[in-house]
Design a protein around this ligand. Structure first.
Ligand code: G3H
Ligand code: 13P
Ligand code: ZN
Length: 316
């Protein structure tokens, strides 16, 4: 069942984080729903601008609606990931999305507020909530490339002012993560001190952690052993998710790790069965492996086993 992101946040805040998983196709969708059902977890489906144009935005909507029918016990929200103004408005008007993210974090502070507020006004008028972003993650965000040296952590004082002035419902904070498979060159570090300061100023306000893939080293090794070339790939320690959740992180974004599962399954499949040219054998393996990966991630997030509580609190 599709629910509002706001409702999921109310149940989760301070207790656990909800996994926000990007999808692009039906195999990912089937694995995601199966994995969340197996682990009894609520979840957020994220659709990026790139995912909307990979096939057709309507195709993704149809896949999600059908998955909802196939898995009637699932509870999830549908979210636009890293939207610009036009894409946010399109999603708000579509009536399909539970929430949108407006990412104007590359703009100066006041301009970020102005753009975010525009989206908030339109979204709130139809009961949709809005995630905004303040600070700059290292790595690549949609079309904007921010070099590591330029990466700026979220300023806690500014976070309070930003939320008050923009009226957004959740805030993506830069606390040391970045998108993609190459997050840390040395020792990794989430800036819990920054999170603590933000939470002090914005108590009970849902915070979002982007760039949270773990880039498991065994996955990287298997990919490289099957012909891949991912040298130096490194991610976030998933054992830090629970601590982040106690500090107000209510949504944790994961995309890259799912892509690594896809890459490993397909590389190994074609290496081990070079005569195969049928898409279904690796596709079947992928859906199973993806479900396993999602269930494991939900354990780390603390969302596994929370489905009964969510249903009780939401009266479903
Ligand atoms: O943060 C971005 C997400 O990983 C989505 O990536 O824009 O390539 O779909 P994408
Ligand atoms: P990863 O690249 O770490 O999976 O982050 C995904 C993300 O933040 C999507 O918005
Ligand atoms: Zn992101």
């Amino acid at each position: 069942m599709i629910v509002t992101t706001k409702d999921l946040f109310k149940v989760a805040y301070g207790k656990f984080a909800i996994g926000a998983y990007n999808i692009n196709n039906l195999e990912q969708t089937m694995g995601l729903f199966q994995g969340c059902l197996d682990s009894q977890a609520p979840f957020i489906i994220q659709i990026s601008k790139g995912a909307r144009s990979y096939t057709n935005k309507k195709m993704l909507e149809a896949i999600i609606r059908t998955a909802d029918e196939i898995f009637p016990d699932s509870v999830f929200a549908v979210h636009l990931d890293h939207g610009d103004l036009d894409t946010c408005m399109d999603c708000i008007n579509s009536g399909f999305y539970s929430s949108v993210m407006i990412d104007a974090s590359h703009e100066p502070f006041e301009k970020n507020i102005e753009i975010t507020k525009k989206v908030v006004d339109a979204a709130h008028a139809v009961g949709i909530s809005v995630e905004a972003e303040l600070g700059k993650l290292g790595g690549v965000e949609e079309h904007v490339s921010v070099s590591e040296s330029d990466a700026k952590l979220t300023n806690p004082e500014q976070a309070k002012e930003f939320v008050t002035k923009s009226g957004c419902d959740s805030l993506a904070c830069a606390i040391g993560t970045s998108h993609g498979a190459f997050k840390f060159s040395g020792t990794q570090g989430l800036h819990f001190d920054v999170l603590e300061e933000i939470q002090k100023r914005l108590p009970k306000f849902p915070l979002v952690m982007h760039g949270s893939s773990s880039v498991p080293q065994d996955e990287v090794q298997r990919i490289n052993a099957a012909g891949g070339s991912l040298k130096g790939a490194k991610g976030v320690d998933a054992d830090q998710f629970r601590k982040a959740a106690t500090l107000g992180v209510t949504k944790i974004n994961i995309d890259t790790d799912g892509r690594l599962v896809w890459c490993r399954v397909h590389r190994e499949s074609f290496r081990d069965d070079p005569a195969n040219f049928d898409l279904r054998p690796p596709g079947k393996v992928f859906m199973k492996e993806y479900a396993k990966f999602i269930a494991h991630k939900n354990e780390k997030l603390g969302s596994a086993g929370q489905l009964p509580l969510v249903k009780k609190q939401l009266g479903i």
